[in-house]
Design a protein around this ligand. Structure first.
Ligand SMILES: NC(=O)c1ccc[n+]([C@@H]2O[C@H](COP(=O)([O-])OP(=O)(O)OC[C@H]3O[C@@H](n4cnc5c(N)ncnc54)[C@H](O)[C@@H]3O)[C@@H](O)[C@H]2O)c1
Length: 353
């Protein structure tokens, strides 16, 4: 029996991964999340039903999802005390986890990254415990989500913005300064991934997603928030900063697809971009969503809001060359899906009109 572990499995990327694993395999999936941000599986898992084994919730008619609610660091601490903690406490028989996806992190978007950098720095403690544990447990394969925030910020400024290449981050030469404590923790995580691979023989790969988005993303993120406001015909339309700052948006389904290709092909802890290679400004996004809504709003810049770096986008040529991979979902198609989901949520009364 294969059993995979998804930390942060109730957050945006994690729950999309859990749903994909459930659909595309017959394996069991062990989900750990403290629900500080994520939502309980009853809110997003279609085949929801549950029963308890001790404090472990077993979810779905096929009983293939195990949900452990709590801080991932506590989970790892119990493991450290007793490497057979899961087997002994819950009677689950397995030797070790197969694939481990580590999505538990304090993320929170620009407002948190700039507004409460010290809470985001706690990611360092989550990741340190995590990498220590995988070097003992030695799962078959490990996915570590780094971020485009690990790239040096001086390559993303108004006067000097380039398409960011994997080689712009090189541990054997000058690294530059990443984006706030969030970027530092990701950069450190990548370093630990390389150590885990090189010194402990763990099979691990890192990803650097740019701006992931999707239909079920939390409204604290710009894409679903702008979609919902356009669906509500907001006018004037508020934008953080001038709105000219740009990001590289990539749909969650594409991110998940590429993760599996990487797991099959990379084990040395190296990191790969996941983006579209295109820079899209927030003004472009507003224009696109308001065109879906059929109106042409006046823009109202909110200059006191945090905006982060000016331009952050990927150079996808290395990924294309090495794996022949590129995102299949265009910005127009992906954003249309998000817009339609926002309209449905408004109809159901989940978002206010
Ligand atoms: N979404 C993106 O576009 C993107 C881009 C780059 C990197 N990433 C990385 O991917 C990972 C997942 O991001 P996301 O967008 O799904 O974020 P998210 O906030 O939606 O999910 C994180 C999940 O971790 C949980 N969590 C936080 N601290 C925990 C703890 N101590 N113990 C247990 N659970 C905890 C939260 O409740 C949440 O469900 C993060 O590492 C993030 O940095 C995401």
């Amino acid at each position: 029996m294969k059993i995979h572990l998804v930390s942060g499995g109730c957050g945006f990327v994690g729950r999309n991964m859990v749903k994909r694993l459930y659909k595309s395999t017959n394996d069991k999936i062990f989900v750990v999340d403290d629900l500080s941000i994520g939502t309980h599986p009853s809110e997003w898992f279609d085949d929801f039903s549950s029963e308890f084994n001790n404090d472990l919730e077993i979810i779905g008619n096929e009983k293939r999802i195990y949900f452990w609610k709590g801080d991932f660091r506590d989970f790892l601490f119990y493991f450290r005390q007793n490497p057979r903690y899961i087997q002994d406490k819950y009677g689950l028989e397995f030797e070790k986890f197969s694939d481990v996806f580590h999505f538990a992190a304090i993320v929170g978007g620009r407002a948190k990254i700039e507004g409460d950098p010290m809470v985001v720095a706690l990611d360092l403690s989550i990741d340190a415990e995590f990498f220590y544990w995988i070097c003992q447990h030695k799962p078959n394969r490990v996915l570590y989500p780094s971020s485009s925030a690990a790239y040096p910020v001086d390559l993303q400024s108004v006067t000097h913005a380039i398409a960011l290449k994997e080689s712009d981050l090189d541990f054997s030469s000058n690294l530059g300064t990443p984006d706030m404590t969030y970027g530092w923790s990701k950069l450190t995580g990548e370093f630990l991934a390389q150590i885990a691979a090189k010194h402990y023989g763990v099979s691990v790969v890192c990803i650097r997603p740019f701006s992931g988005y999707g239909e079920d993303q939390d409204l604290t993120y710009p894409v679903p928030a702008i979609a919902a406001r356009a669906a509500n015909n907001e006018n004037p339309f508020e934008v953080w900063g001038s709105g000219k700052q740009g990001r590289d948006f990539v749909h969650i389904d594409d991110i998940i697809d590429f993760i599996f290709i990487l797991l099959d092909n990379v084990k040395d802890g190296s990191a790969y971009n996941i983006g579209s290679g295109k820079l899209t400004s927030f003004l472009d996004l507003i224009e696109l969503f308001s065109s879906f809504a059929g109106y042409n709003p006046t823009i109202k810049p909110l200059l006191d809001k945090p905006v982060g770096v000016h331009s952050r986008y990927s150079d996808m040529s290395y990924v294309k060359e090495r794996f022949n991979w590129y995102p299949r979902i265009t910005i127009e198609e992906g954003m249309r899906r998000v817009y339609n989901a926002a309209v449905e949520r408004i109809k159901k009364g989940e978002l206010k009109k």
